[in-house]
Structures are given as structure tokens and as C-alpha cells.
Design a protein around this ligand. Structure first.
Ligand code: SF4
Length: 334
């Protein structure tokens, strides 16, 4: 069993995953936790390297980087130890639209699903190093949210079905109202989901209300994408082949000040959740550990910029002449 740990998982899901892996290990099943390398983890990439939080339009780097690539690498390594092909069982679901849709939705933002589920089915088997050696089976393909909920809440915990620690996952899907809520699960404060349905559902229960400060993540990610926190290309950008880039003056990475603001805010959110958890005797939140914080500070101190940026570009909120891709310029009208 491979578990992709993004380090941003909703806490009840992460805790349930740990418990289920312990149960599996007790039955002799090998479990591996798969994570992106330190510099590519969600918060280190944003706050250390300065890449803006992902969004649905121009910059959706997260799913592949923190889930699919680490999983492909782990599978490639494991395949190297085995002969022949492997069958990968995924939790991909088409749900209610199964009859209408004839292909599995690739969308990361599908309701009632885990972020990235379509990627596991369609992208991962074709990843470099494992292509052709892996077949996928999606036994839950036609399950509806209510089937998933019944399994997690009623059947799986029963001794005759294995006595699995799945109840907390059902809560993240919306508990008794799972079908109506249709929450999509993934990272806490995911900037791509329009609403924090799963997080809202979790913090509404008394057992998890101390995680309410996590609601501050989504507004933080949105704020960090604003021009005042970023730099931009000054004028026309020439590509290596001499042609002009399609989007002159595009906005780019986060300033160092913005990264430090973000870092302090995430640390404060985590500290507030953990103060509540300590009072209630609940598990502590860990979305940014000491190693990751130190690496973020190190990358900022080393003045690290993403590829293609030097850091001497102007602030993105500075008024300047407008450049167009046909080479025309509209001077600043002041
Ligand atoms: S849950 Fe959101 S932030 Fe996390 S990998 Fe998916 S799209 Fe990205």
C-alpha cells in the first residue's frame, strides 16, 4: 500500500490513514508513505522558492508535484524489485455522473472525490519509468457518495469486514449529510476548491473545532497571489529561440517580504490549532515542521527565485507602460 502524504492533508484523514496503515502492517501488508522531496513540498515551494500558490487558471502545479510524481517515483522503485507487471487498485470514482460520462474526470476539483483521483487513473500509469508495467483497477468506479459513506461508517468498522479505522474519514466526507455536502477531500485550505466543504464539515464537529484556524489558509493563499506580494516581468520577454513570450509583463514569484508574511501566518495558524489541541488532549497538527521551516528560511536567506526570474524585476503593483505581444507599447497615462 502506498500513501501519498502531501503534508497538507485534512487532519482526520491523515490520522485515519496512519491508523489504517498500522492495521495493515499488523496483518503483514507492507505500507509506504510517499512524500515530495523537501524543496518540492507545498509550503516550501511557495514560501521558500517563492512560487505563488496554485490556482485553477494559470498555475496548477500542486497535484502532480506533491501527489503524482512522488507516487510514480515510489512505484518505479518498487517495480524495479519485482518481475512482470503490477495491478494498481485506486479509489477512483465517477459517482453520480458515471452513466453520462464515458471517461474518467481528470478534474482535481470534482465534488465528492479526493483531489487527484483522475490523475492516479490516467496520468500515473503513463509516467516515465512505469509506463506499460502497470494496469489499474478502480473497483469503486460506480459507487455513489452514500455507498462510500456506508462503507466507511458502517461496514468497514465491523469485525466481519476487517474492523478498519475508517469512521473519521466518513466525518470528513460530511457525516450523516455526506450525500448533500458532497465534500471533495484534499489539502487543508486548498486554493483550487471553491469552498472548504470538507474542512467546514470537520471543524463543525466538537472533536475537531480546534482546527478552525485552518480556515485562515485559503484567504492567505488568495492574498499571496495579489500583485502587491509579487514581482512581474518589466516588458517584452524574449524566449531562448528569440520569439516573444505570449504574455508580456506576466506576474511571477512572491517577494521575500510576502514569503515571510506567509510563513509567520502559517506558523501562527498551526500554533493556534495546537494550543487548542493541547487543551483538549487531541492530536497535534503538523503541516509545517521544523525542518521545512528551516529550509524555507534558508531558501529566503539564499535569495532563491524560481527558474527564469532573477529578483531584479519590478514589483507587480508598480504602475508602468503596458507592453503587448505584437511589440506595441501603451505608455502610462498619468
Ligand atoms: S487538494 Fe488542492 S492544493 Fe492539494 S494537491 Fe489538490 S489541488 Fe493542490
Amino acid at each position: 500500500v502506498f500513501y501519498a502524504d502531501t503534508r497538507q492533508e485534512l487532519p482526520p484523514l491523515a490520522i485515519a490513514a496512519e491508523r489504517i496503515m498500522a492495521q495493515l502492517a499488523a496483518r503483514g501488508i507492507r505500507c509506504e508513505v510517499v512524500r515530495a522531496p523537501l524543496d518540492k513540498r507545498f509550503l516550501v515551494y511557495i514560501l521558500g522558492r517563492g512560487v505563488p500558490p496554485p490556482n485553477n487558471n494559470t498555475l496548477r502545479w500542486c497535484t502532480r508535484q506533491i501527489k503524482i510524481d512522488p507516487m510514480a517515483e515510489a512505484l518505479e522503485q518498487r517495480l524495479g524489485e519485482l518481475d512482470g507487471k503490477i495491478l494498481m487498485i485506486t479509489g477512483v470514482r465517477q459517482g453520480e455522473s458515471a452513466i453520462r460520462d464515458d471517461r474518467i474526470a481528470m478534474s482535481c476539483g470534482k465534488d465528492g472525490a479526493e483531489c487527484g483521483q483522475g490523475w492516479y487513473q490516467e496520468v500515473l500509469p503513463n509516467a516515465k519509468g512505469i509506463r506499460g508495467r502497470i494496469a489499474t483497477l478502480a473497483p469503486l468506479l460506480h459507487w455513489r457518495v452514500c455507498n462510500v459513506w456506508d462503507w466507511l461508517r458502517i461496514y468497514a468498522p465491523m469485525a466481519e469486514y476487517g474492523g478498519w479505522a475508517t469512521a473519521a474519514i466518513a466525518d470528513a466526507y460530511g457525516g450523516d449529510e455526506a450525500t448533500e455536502i458532497n465534500a471533495r477531500t484534499g489539502c487543508a485550505g486548498c486554493p483550487l476548491a471553491s469552498k472548504d466543504l470538507a474542512l467546514d464539515t470537520i471543524v463543525a464537529s466538537s472533536a475537531w473545532s480546534h482546527l478552525a484556524p485552518l480556515k485562515g489558509l485559503k484567504p492567505l493563499y488568495r492574498e499571496l497571489r495579489e500583485p502587491r506580494h509579487r514581482i512581474r516581468k518589466a516588458g517584452l520577454e524574449r524566449l531562448k529561440d528569440g520569439s516573444v513570450a505570449a504574455n508580456p509583463q506576466r506576474m511571477g514569484p512572491l517577494t521575500f517580504a510576502a514569503r515571510l508574511i506567509g510563513l509567520e501566518r502559517v506558523l501562527a495558524i498551526q500554533a493556534e490549532c495546537n494550543a487548542g489541541a493541547a487543551k483538549l488532549g487531541r492530536p497535534l497538527l503538523d503541516i509545517l515542521n521544523d525542518e521545512e521551516e528551516a529550509r524555507i528560511r534558508e531558501l529566503i536567506a539564499a535569495e532563491t527565485w524560481p527558474n527564469g526570474w532573477d529578483g531584479d524585476e519590478p514589483a507587480a503593483d508598480m504602475p508602468m507602460d503596458s507592453y503587448f505581444s505584437d511589440g506595441s507599447v501603451q505608455p502610462l497615462l498619468v
